[in-house]
Write a protein that binds this ligand. Structure first.
Ligand code: SF4
Ligand code: SF4
Length: 246
């Protein structure tokens, strides 16, 4: 049930101000392992699958004209039941409700950090002036699939919210061990073949105006994908066997 006082995240509208606590005047820059553990526990309590961490490069900051460094990525799995429903306006609305409900909790995570002396602000999840996926990629914890999805090991159906923060000592990953995925995708292509709307052009670029994922909740490319059907680890093992045979 969405809190009636919450104004909802909307395209081209300002981020709702749903914080209960102000940012501190002199924010701290180092978090203890214990406090980070507590934040993770809080996220798990609300059914998030975990947190990834991005340290933004100078190049990315220049590209999007932003001056933020440290990002917490709170990941959740879109509900299976919802994903399997036939696409419709009603499904699109239910998916948006699910997204908004998860988002409300992220204000609580920001407040938790503020209360403990850190600056913490949500990044608008529907801001199309910056690429949230480019920010996510800097976590070294995900890859972009051939179907244009952001794949984390948590699952293909991951949604996420981001907080930018003053905390400099987050456990940033230095290397990405998922970079084999595009090679696997090059041998597959089911998502492109089975898209009911033919939403990919001849260069396999997703045509956002044609894709009905947001309007009607089409999830066909998720449902058909081996990463959704079998999970990350099984597909990786299959890829390793494939590679040996090549
Ligand atoms: S369906 Fe195949 S090509 Fe498409 S994202 Fe999944 S693994 Fe990659
Ligand atoms: S969500 Fe549906 S319409 Fe969009 S690319 Fe995937 S299969 Fe095609």
């Amino acid at each position: 049930m969405i809190d009636a006082a919450f104004e909802r995240f909307r395209y081209h509208k300002p981020l709702p101000n749903f914080y209960k606590i102000e940012n501190p005047k002199n924010p701290k820059r180092e978090i203890s392992e214990e406090l980070l553990f507590e934040l993770n526990e809080l996220a798990l309590k609300y059914d998030f699958t975990g947190i990834s961490y991005s340290k933004l490069s100078d190049e990315l900051k220049q590209d999007f004209n932003i001056d933020i460094d440290n990002i917490l990525i709170f990941k959740f799995l879109m509900g299976d039941e919802l994903i399997r429903m036939e696409p419709s306006r009603q499904k699109g609305k239910l998916m948006d409700d699910e997204f908004q409900e998860y988002g409300i909790h992220v204000y609580e995570f920001a407040d938790f950090l503020r209360k403990n002396g850190f600056q913490a602000d949500l990044i608008h999840p529907l801001d199309d002036s910056i690429s949230l996926r480019a920010i996510a990629m800097q976590s070294n914890d995900c890859v972009i699939t051939r179907s244009n999805m952001c794949l984390f090991k948590d699952g293909l159906q991951v949604g996420f919210f981001m907080i930018h923060t003053s905390i400099d000592n987050l456990p940033f990953k230095k290397e990405n061990d998922m970079l084999w995925v595009p090679d696997f995708c090059s041998t597959c292509g089911i998502c492109i073949e089975r898209c009911p709307k033919e939403a990919f052009d001849e260069n396999e670029k997703l045509l956002r105006k044609v894709c009905t994922a947001h309007r009607e909740g089409c999830n066909e490319c998720i449902l058909k994908c081996p990463f959704y059907k079998r999970g990350y680890d099984k597909v990786k093992r299959r890829y390793e066997r494939m590679k040996k045979r090549r």
